[in-house]
Design a protein around this ligand. Structure first.
Ligand SMILES: [Zn+2]
Length: 137
């Protein structure tokens, strides 16, 4: 948590001018540190009037969308806490429209799948009930 970034570094981050590892470190720290978020928004506001929200900055920079597979796993609840935090952040803070649409689609598919399974189960039980009925008579 002692990770502090200089203004120059944050400027470079906004320019995507840092080495990949450093970019990732700042991206990661941004998800955890409210102070750093405010710092970034303030710096960005000075240079890019009109863009004030972190989500907006994020969207503009198109930072790391999770894959469709990751979104699917997110819905199934099989991801690590860290991955869940990242995707929740991506969907709720960044409000990424692309991923929101993707996840809505996946959710619809999953519930359609669940309906199919329960229909199959219902038919199975009906036919076994029919079978048992004959045995009975
Ligand atoms: Zn996204």
């Amino acid at each position: 948590m002692a990770d502090a970034f200089s203004t120059a570094e944050i400027e470079a981050f906004l320019d995507e001018a840092l080495p990949a590892a450093r970019m990732a470190a700042i991206e990661d720290a941004l998800r955890k540190s409210e102070t750093l978020k405010q710092q970034l928004v303030a710096i960005n506001g000075r240079r890019d009037a009109g863009v004030h929200g972190l989500g907006e900055i994020w969207r503009r920079r198109r930072l790391s969308c999770p894959t469709r597979e990751q979104l699917g796993s997110y819905l199934l609840g099989v991801l690590s806490k860290e991955q869940v935090d990242y995707i929740t952040f991506h969907l709720t803070t960044v409000e990424c429209r692309y991923c929101t649409a993707n996840i809505d689609d996946l959710r619809a598919q999953q519930s359609a799948g669940a309906a199919e399974v329960s229909e199959r189960r219902r038919r199975y039980f009906q036919s076994s009930a029919g079978y048992l009925g004959k045995e009975d008579g």
